[in-house]
Design a protein around this ligand. Structure first.
Ligand code: ARG
Length: 391
């Protein structure tokens, strides 16, 4: 949609309708897909004529609620990096397309988290805010997820907290966030940019952030070190694209798979880097990689994650079950005559890979739409750089 926003008033190259024509083609593909999968809605022709006229008159068109729900669900179904797609039909959709200003968007994000957490029985949910339109930008959430832990840069060059979020932490502080209590797990405020506004920070209310204290089933280090993680992974830095319409602010969540936290967030050397500390605590010989101290510490950390979420009554998948479910999903979709696009390097779990079924096969790598797309400038935003939108 950037092409709309930056389009010169008097286009030189392509004709004045080039953007409209591209939008029309994508809209038509989407409506045909929708009607073919939900034949009860009738043939697409009437709806197509309506959309064609709306695009001619206004340069854009508005999805019906049914189209929005179907589009969001299929965007999940088409997410080739996601192993959890078996339940794509269960995605709940909150239609908040009338919201364009930073403050109501931030409040609705907090409410999203409450509804998604659902006291521990996590519900897959997406909240859709105003889309982009010709000459009008849409609201934006700068956080890559609604809940992220701050990463404070310290004098000695290290980071307190999650180094991945150091850029956003810098930015939040520049925008007036006073900072949290300086633990390793301070929840960052939301950074939201309304349609006619500069980015502003909004603290998340405590009751919107469900967290799980991590405890190893047999050992005390989880509690002693104050380890914790949040219950809801809610991606807020991707753009929902349906039938040529872009919804840049459309936070969505499923539930966690244990390895995301235990084998990546808390284990990666450029994240919390806990494996050496755990290995030392367990008395393992860390002088040589060949003692497999990393592997052994990794297993104990992942046991702690699964055990703690179970004990807290918070939904969490494990990589063995989720792999089986994904294969069920593949088979089910193939029976319906649909391809399941998948990226092997993302689908395969980051530990014990070859013990899971998803390792032992290849996948179709098509990129289908509707989809969730990365904002082109998301990486720069994660580094905390301010990016001005073209009007
Ligand atoms: N891997 C990301 C994280 O650890 C979350 C990505 C989405 N995950 C999910 N289970 N829906 O925070």
């Amino acid at each position: 949609m950037r092409k709309f926003l930056s389009r010169p008033k008097r286009p030189t190259g392509p004709g004045p309708d080039a953007a409209g024509a591209a939008l029309w083609r994508e809209a038509a593909d989407f409506v045909r897909l929708h009607r073919s999968e939900e034949p009860g809605l009738g043939a697409p022709e009437g709806r197509l004529a309506e959309i064609r006229e709306e695009i001619r008159a206004t340069g854009t068109y508005r999805h019906t609620s049914e189209e929005l729900v179907f589009g969001a669900r299929v965007a999940w179904r088409n997410s080739n990096r996601c192993i959890g797609r078996l339940y794509w039909r269960s995605l709940r959709v909150r239609d908040l397309r009338h919201l364009t200003d930073a403050e109501p968007v931030a409040e609705a994000c907090a409410e999203h988290l409450r509804r998604a957490a659902n006291g521990g029985r996590i519900r897959p949910l997406i909240t859709v805010f105003a889309p982009e339109a010709p000459g009008r930008a849409a609201p934006r959430i700068w956080n890559e997820q609604l809940i992220r832990y701050a990463g404070y840069r310290t004098a000695d060059g290290s980071v307190l907290g999650d180094p991945r979020n150091a850029g956003l932490t810098d930015l939040a502080l520049r925008l007036g966030w006073p900072g949290g209590p300086h633990t390793a797990f301070d929840v960052l405020p939301l950074v939201v940019e309304g349609v006619d506004d500069k980015p502003r920070v909004f603290e998340l209310p405590a009751d919107a952030v469900l967290e799980v204290a991590l405890e190893h089933p047999e050992d005390g280090w989880g509690g002693e070190w104050g380890l914790r993680w949040h219950a809801v992974p809610a991606i807020s830095g991707m753009c929902l694209e349906i039938g040529g319409i872009h919804y840049p602010a459309a936070p969505f969540n499923g539930w966690y798979m244990g390895t995301e936290i235990g084998a990546r967030n808390l284990a990666d050397t450029d994240r919390y880097d806990l494996l050496p500390r755990i290995a030392r605590r367990l008395g393992l010989d860390t002088s040589d990689d060949r003692t497999l101290w990393k592997d052994r510490a990794l297993v104990e950390l992942n046991r702690a994650v699964l055990h703690s979420f179970d004990r807290a009554g918070v939904t969490m998948a494990d990589h063995h079950a989720e792999s089986r479910r994904f294969v069920t999903h593949l088979e089910r979709e193939e029976r319906k005559g649909r391809t399941v696009p998948a990226d092997w390097s993302w689908i395969v779990p980051p530990m014990s890979s070859a013990t899971t079924e998803v390792f032992h096969r290849t996948y179709d790598t098509a990129e289908l739409r509707p989809c969730f797309a990365h904002h082109p400038e998301a990486a720069a935003r994660a580094r905390g750089e301010s990016i001005r939108r073209t009007p």
